[in-house]
Design a protein around this ligand. Structure first.
Ligand SMILES: Cc1ncc(COP(=O)(O)O)c(C=O)c1O
Length: 471
């Protein structure tokens, strides 16, 4: 245990690139335990054996380091949890811990459930939480249907999250936490986190931030007062798109209106050893190694994808068939100034290429097609390079129409609150050459001028590849 703690401290003094590449896996471990393997081994085992009953008893009582059973812990999980904690706490002046979950949604649920238990001294006392309305559609449903309607924990929606007075007006003595997604999916809402976190702390409650779209390569919310960070690891952290995963990363000693000292002292370790053990939202151990491998190149991918997205956003901004572009990097965006305060490529100032701080705004943007829903679908259907899928953060460009996919279930009123019109296309720009992405957009938007889309040519039409699809 001591050796691992010392090694962790050693890694904390490394630069972001180095942490991302090596994480907590050391040469010493490779030589002593892993046949010299330079890549973290995959521990495809449900459980660990013990020398005798004494060792087993101590291990299961969490008295000695153990990975006992892979619903709770496993060496592959240890490497990824350690890596994510190191990246989120990087240059924040705080120490963090991490709990992996089977999905981003599971990370959100596992986190918020802990703060929504009835008050044992006054079980009838109402409970509420204050959270941005501009959130991923699944989060919207979790908050509105599962919590607000079914569990009777009131969701107080922040409609304009940039307005700090709106946050403040919704908080009272029954508020359990503040929650914000920034930048939000798909409309790129953003707020002044330091001010909102200060509000949370004034009321003795935690600030939770879903930072999936930024990743620690562009923003580390713990540096700005957040207590708990949510990552849908599925997205940019696993750019290659190998599967679904989530993570909770929390600082030590968080505020909460709960009489649970262990929860406040180390939220993720508390979750891991107690509630998550009982609920079982753990990540498949084999998947951990795939994610670790993707994270090694996170910083450079976020840099390239951000630069590409900027180019695409600039192109779309001047296009005659586009009404509006949501991209925080555009100086014309109403939230550009506030985003500029928070979104930086980590360590650009010590990068030979840049040598100074550099703003980067990520790979996610959305745009409204002129002429409404029908035109939007015609353009969307004409893409040939950009994949039509409910996904983002991929190394490949991917687009969706949120109103008919990711955000369809929340209905018209919910979409209005979240500012999602029917003619909005969400575009996650990948690492292709941006000119090729622009070419695809250009030919797709040209259908509104009566031109034939490339997607209707024999090369792409139903007679070609799609008829060969396995059914
Ligand atoms: C911002 C954000 N948070 C959370 C989630 C949920 O993550 P998952 O799909 O891994 O459950 C998503 C999914 O799109 C998302 O975009």
């Amino acid at each position: 245990m001591k050796w691992h703690q010392d090694y962790r401290q050693k890694m904390r003094s490394c630069n972001f690139y180095t942490i991302a590449v090596h994480g907590l896996y050391s040469m010493q471990e490779a030589l002593d335990f892993n046949q010299g393997s330079i890549i973290e081994p995959m521990y495809a085992s449900s459980s660990q054996t013990y020398r005798d009953s004494d060792e087993m008893e101590l291990a299961l009582g969490y008295q000695i380091p153990t990975w006992c059973y892979s619903r709770i812990a496993n060496p592959s999980m240890y490497y990824l949890e350690g890596l994510l904690a190191l990246l989120e706490e990087y240059k924040t002046g705080t120490e963090a811990s991490c709990l992996l979950t089977s999905s981003g949604m599971s990370a959100i649920r596992t986190t918020i459930d802990e703060f929504l238990h009835p008050d044992p001294k006054d079980p009838k006392r109402p409970i509420n939480f204050v959270a941005t309305a501009q959130v991923y559609g699944g989060t919207y449903q979790l908050f509105s249907v599962r919590k607000n309607d079914e569990a009777k924990c009131e969701w107080r929606r922040v409609i304009n999250s940039a307005d700090i007075s709106e946050w403040e007006s919704l908080i009272d003595e029954n508020t359990r936490f503040l929650y914000g997604e920034m930048p939000s999916n798909p409309t790129l809402a953003f707020f002044d986190l330091e001010k909102v976190a200060a509000l949370a702390h004034k009321h003795g409650i935690p600030m939770i931030v879903d930072s999936t779209v930024a990743t620690p390569a562009l923003m580390r919310p713990l540096a700005h007062g957040a207590d708990i960070v949510i990552q849908s690891v599925t997205k940019s952290l696993t750019t290659s798109g190998f599967g679904i995963a989530g993570a909770i990363i929390a600082r030590k000693n968080i505020p909460a209106k709960l009489d649970k000292p262990e929860l406040k002292a180390d939220f993720c370790t508390y979750l891991k050893l107690l509630p998550a053990r009982d609920y079982g939202p753990n990540l498949n151990t084999l998947h951990c190694t795939l994610v670790i491998n993707d994270i090694r190149t996170l910083r450079m991918k976020m840099d390239v994808m951000s630069r590409n997205t900027m180019k695409v956003a600039q192109y779309l901004e001047q296009h005659k068939h586009v009404d509006r572009v949501n991209y925080l990097g555009l100086p014309s965006h109403p939230l550009h100034t506030i985003a500029k305060k928070y979104l930086y490529l980590v360590d650009a100032e010590i990068d030979e290429l840049y040598g100074e701080p550099v703003n980067r705004y990520g790979h996610l943007m959305s745009f409204e097609v002129k002429g409404g829903a029908e035109n939007c679908r015609r353009v969307f259907d004409a893409f040939t390079r950009i994949w039509r899928a409910t996904d983002l953060g991929r190394i490949k460009s991917v687009a969706t129409i949120p109103a008919i996919s990711t955000h369809s279930q929340q209905g018209e009123e919910g979409r209005k609150a979240a500012a999602i019109p029917m003619n909005l296309i969400r575009l996650s720009v990948g690492a292709e050459h941006p000119d090729d992405v622009i070419r695809d957009l250009e030919q797709a938007l040209a259908v509104l001028d009566g031109k034939t889309a490339l997607s209707d040519s024999p090369e792409y039409s139903a007679g070609g590849a799609s008829s060969a699809r396995l059914r």
